[in-house]
Design a protein. Structure first.
Length: 398
């Protein structure tokens, strides 16, 4: 295979890239065909991964794993039941009321814009907000109607996905019971050295990401809800919990604050400014002071790569893709760093037969063996001849 090594690098890439593209295309077709099953499996694996931590804590009470799993499931069902009786009805009521009031809030926003245009005209500022209002009014009205229809259409979609939800719960239960053996069987196909590196890497990245983001979302949701209720923001519970849910995703806190500030500004511009100011202060305090003390530092990706991974994840798997995109991208980055550092090299003593020093490979090893054997035989023969000559010389008559 010497001729392959002599090819220019661009020729080598020209041979490899089409094969990679073909494999990617086949993988995409496979994903599209089994998309539903893959999403259910990934969601179940994610739930099993998250619930595995409370299961481990309960096992410390000297309970079996099966008992611990049933205990966690009972606690989860009880928590859902409590939320369903207390908070969820209020959220549904506020959501319905918000949808009803959105058109009137939109009219109030354009009224405030007209008043601002009068104030600008009285002071001879070179701004024409009337044209801006004329351009955006039909667009915003259409978006509000689309949003209302989308929210109302969530119920049929939720009913149609009950079967998927039930399958996810059943698969989650079995993964909690037998997941360790399943992953052992999957990772045993990898070499032992690579297995020992990749498996802890994936576990650590997913743990750090979800522990950090879930804690951040809980903190943001709690503090934002309390703050919005204290400053008497309409639908404060809905807006606060909404910001907390979005905070689970990267850039979610800023996105949630912008949405809430815009909606409240339609009702009153000063209320929108107040919501934005209070939310920004809380977000800064939580991000800079509280969160690092609770969850520590998490070395993530460059913000550009985070955004790209989120876009790719949302395109491929929707909300589930948004949830798992960043830890997968972070693991991929760490894996590339290991490959570059040579940490995934082979420990096989016979590896030199395939890849020798200096790129000689098998030929280099054979040459070295032949040189050593020939040199050793020749040296032995010369040594025997020299010894015979010395003996003959010493025995000769003087």
């Amino acid at each position: 295979m010497k001729w392959i090594e002599k090819l220019p690098r661009w020729t080598w890439w020209g041979l490899v890239l089409p094969l990679l593209a073909l494999n990617a295309w086949v993988a995409l077709l496979f994903y599209q065909y089994f998309e539903g099953l893959i999403k259910i499996s990934v969601a179940a694996a994610l739930l099993a991964f998250i619930l595995g931590y409370p299961v481990g804590l309960i096992q410390r009470l000297r309970l079996s794993r099966t008992q611990s799993i049933f205990g966690v499931l009972i606690l989860v069902v009880a928590a859902i039941a409590i939320l369903g009786v207390t908070i969820i009805p209020i959220l549904l009521e506020q959501t319905n009321e918000l949808i009803t009031k959105l058109p009137s809030w939109l009219d109030s926003g354009f009224t405030q814009l007209d008043a601002l245009q009068v104030w600008v005209a009285q002071r001879n500022f070179p701004f024409d907000l009337g044209k801006l209002a004329d351009q955006f009014e039909p667009r915003l009205t259409g978006k509000v109607q689309e949003f209302s229809g989308a929210v109302l259409g969530l119920l049929p979609d939720a009913i149609s996905s009950l079967l998927d939800f039930a399958l996810t719960l059943v698969l989650t239960f079995y993964l909690l019971l037998h997941g360790e053996r399943l992953w052992d069987g999957v990772f045993q196909w990898l070499p032992e050295r690579i297995n020992g590196k990749i498996r802890p890497l994936l576990s650590e990245n997913f743990h750090n990401y979800f522990a950090g983001q879930l804690t951040l979302g809980l903190l943001m949701g709690t503090t934002m809800t309390i703050a919005f209720v204290m400053i008497q923001v309409p639908f404060g519970l809905l807006f606060g919990i909404g910001v907390g849910l979005l905070a689970v995703f990267p850039f979610g806190t800023a996105t949630g604050l912008i949405i809430v500030s815009f909606l409240t500004a339609l009702k009153s511009i000063w209320l929108g400014v107040r919501v934005l100011a209070v939310g920004a202060v809380i977000a800064q305090v939580v991000d800079s002071a509280i969160a690092p003390l609770l969850i520590g530092g998490f070395t993530g990706l460059n913000p550009v790569w985070i955004l790209i991974s989120l876009l790719v994840g949302a395109k491929m798997a929707g909300v589930l893709g948004l949830v798992i995109a960043v830890p997968i991208a972070s693991s991929f980055k760490a894996l590339l760093a290991m490959i570059r550092a040579g940490e995934l090299g082979s420990d096989d003593p016979d590896a030199g037969l395939v890849e020798g020093a200096g790129g000689d490979g098998l030929g280099g090893d054979l040459d070295g063996d032949l040189d050593g054997d020939l040199g050793g035989d020749l040296g032995d023969e010369l040594s025997e001849r020299s010894q015979a000559e010395v003996t003959a010389f010493s025995g000769a008559p003087k």
